[in-house]
Write a protein that binds this ligand. Structure first.
Ligand SMILES: [Zn+2]
Length: 96
């Protein structure tokens, strides 16, 4: 499956089911997500979900405290990126 298709289907899956519920989804989906995450240099997905680790840098995240606003928290649910990684990714678009 092309990389882009995997990324799109993963995003759909997270949007449909929410990150918590994904723990109970099919092993096949989780295995695909795991491979994608590790291909991108992140920690194993199951570990990231279980420990609330940033998928990009591996930082432990507390969703209740570690995000600036609701938008950043929603981005976390989708991408599992911590606030710092979100800032790094999006900083090119909007300088304060
Ligand atoms: Zn991070």
């Amino acid at each position: 499956m092309p990389f882009a298709s995997v990324a799109v289907s993963l995003r759909d899956a997270v949007e449909l089911h929410g990150s918590e519920q994904l723990k109970g989804k099919s092993d096949d989906l989780l295995e695909q997500m795991d491979k994608l995450g590790q291909a991108l240099g992140g920690p194993p997905l199951a570990q990231a979900l279980a420990n609330s680790l940033c998928a990009t840098c591996g930082l432990r995240v507390d969703p209740e405290r570690d995000f600036r606003d609701e938008l950043s928290r929603e981005e976390w649910d989708l991408s599992r990126m911590c606030q710092g990684c979100q800032d790094a990714v999006f900083s090119g678009e909007e300088e304060p």
